[in-house]
Design a protein around this ligand. Structure first.
Ligand SMILES: [Zn+2]
Length: 304
């Protein structure tokens, strides 16, 4: 497995031009996380064969509808599918009331445990940790309380040597434990240290998710040196005044943040519906930060 981000939604405010509201499906080795959950997210998860039953944490940035109106359908679907694993949802104050209001109105109780963790942070704060990641939240600058998320991988990504795996008949279900550094014992009792199967090791990395936000100097510190930065770019520079009014960023501003923060790769998304053709976004951002990519729904993005 690896560290990868699957884009489920890339548009701002409403669905348009075949693009959907914000959502991303993050895979870090064995674990899966959902970041934002705009309308249509569960259909996008199915469309791109993302394993929604494996999501145990959902991170919501803020309570503008294009970032979380899909959560009610998803929570209800989990119930219909008889989910039994607990689910944690992180987001700003008000999220818990919003979810309980909708769910209580349906008259059905959930058959799984749902924990809503509300965030109030004026500075970066660690909010979650499991076997694969540490997650920090940090405040963004938007019209209502909004939070970014920083995912820190806890162990390197390892690519295994397929030829040696076949040669020593390593079963499929044993490969993940080899990646985690556990030795393998063959049926004749020979012990193979995990490292002999390592073909390539990629250092543990960091991914930051920033949507929605106006640019501000502290943000560059919050995402300093991350390998992969997703940053909203709702407008082109020609609409800079509108970006400022609505507390959003232009492609150039997103690129400037990436440049000043010294990130490895920049993904931009959350495009305004006024733009059907996105080529100018790439042009505008790349002129400032060369390693810029426009997010495409259904596509995976990696740390390197
Ligand atoms: Zn917003």
């Amino acid at each position: 497995m690896e560290f990868k981000v699957l884009i489920l939604g890339s548009n701002s405010a409403l669905p348009a031009h075949g693009r959907h509201p914000s959502s991303q499906f993050l895979t870090v080795h064995n674990n899966h996380y959902l970041i934002d959950c705009g309308e249509g997210t569960q259909m996008q998860l199915d469309r791109f064969d993302a394993r929604k039953s494996r999501i145990n944490q959902i991170f919501i940035t803020h309570l503008h509808g294009d970032h979380y109106f899909g959560i009610f359908g998803l929570l209800t679907t989990y119930n219909l599918l008889r989910r039994s694993f607990p689910l944690q949802v992180f987001g700003p104050v008000g999220l818990s009331k919003m979810i309980s209001t909708v769910l209580d109105s349906t008259g059905n109780s959930l058959n799984y445990s749902l924990e809503v963790i509300e965030i109030e942070a004026n500075e970066p704060q660690m909010i979650f940790e499991d076997s694969e990641v540490r997650v920090l939240t940090f405040p963004l600058k938007h019209r209502i309380p909004t939070y970014g998320y920083l995912f820190e991988e806890k162990r390197p990504s390892v690519k295994l040597n397929g030829h040696l795996l076949d040669k020593y008949k390593v079963p499929l279900d044993f490969r993940e434990s080899i990646r985690a550094g556990k030795s393998f014992t063959s049926t004749d009792g020979t012990v193979f240290p995990a490292s002999i199967f390592f073909e390539k090791t990629i250092e543990a990395g960091k991914f930051a998710y920033c949507s929605d936000t106006a640019p501000f100097p502290l943000l560059e510190e919050y995402v300093q040196g991350v390998d992969l930065l997703y940053h909203e770019a709702t407008f082109l520079s020609v609409e800079k005044d509108r970006a400022e009014l609505t507390q959003h960023s232009t492609a150039a501003q997103a690129a400037m943040t990436a440049l000043r923060a010294g990130v490895g790769k920049l993904l931009i998304g959350h495009f305004s519906s006024r733009y059907k053709n996105l080529t100018p976004f790439k042009k505008e951002a790349s002129a400032i930060f060369e390693n810029t990519h426009l997010v495409e729904e259904g596509k995976d993005y990696f740390l390197d």
